[in-house]
Design a protein around this ligand. Sequence first.
Ligand code: HEC
Length: 158
Amino acid sequence: MATGLYETDEELERSTNKLMAIGFALMLGLVLIFPLYRLVEPTSRQDERDSQLAALATSGEQTWSVTCASCHGLNGEGGVGPALNSQQFLSSATNAQMELLISVGVPGTQMAAFSQDHAGPLTSEQIKAVVTYLRSWESTAPDNANWRTPGSTSTTTG
Ligand code: HEC
């Protein structure tokens, strides 16, 4: 009784071969696309990271000029407070150390606590942004071993 979909074995085989060919083509497509995806994806993630850091630094720059520049100088050259635009300072302080210091301040000095947890004006996001901005100086920061005593040109006293 040849009443099925496939009249002959030959027809069934042809149909099976066709399905296998389609399956193989799909698999080949995935195999080829996946490495391409892996090639492109890390770049786009790095780009995204870079642009996020740039945006954070820009908002940090605003906080800096409003909140910090009066004591540390608009370009971090120092004033009442230390010069933070200094190779020596930036290479010795980690972001986490800076964030902590800015959050809690330095008791007994003019460096107040800036985090809202310590009754300051800044959110932790703003403090992170300011630190990202300070970090952005590092590649061009001048050699300044006397960064703690801005304005001093003397090398005879410490
Ligand atoms: C009223 C002046 C004043 C303001 C405003 C101020 N600072 Fe300071 N800051 C100081 C002084 C003074 C010191 C040095 C404290 C000490 O003697 O250790 C200091 C120290 C620091 C240090 C530590 C440097 C070190 O010794 O390692 C950092 C970082 C810093 N300030 C960041 C900031 C940031 C960021 C802001 C703005 C959110 C800011 N400061 C606002 C006066 C100020």
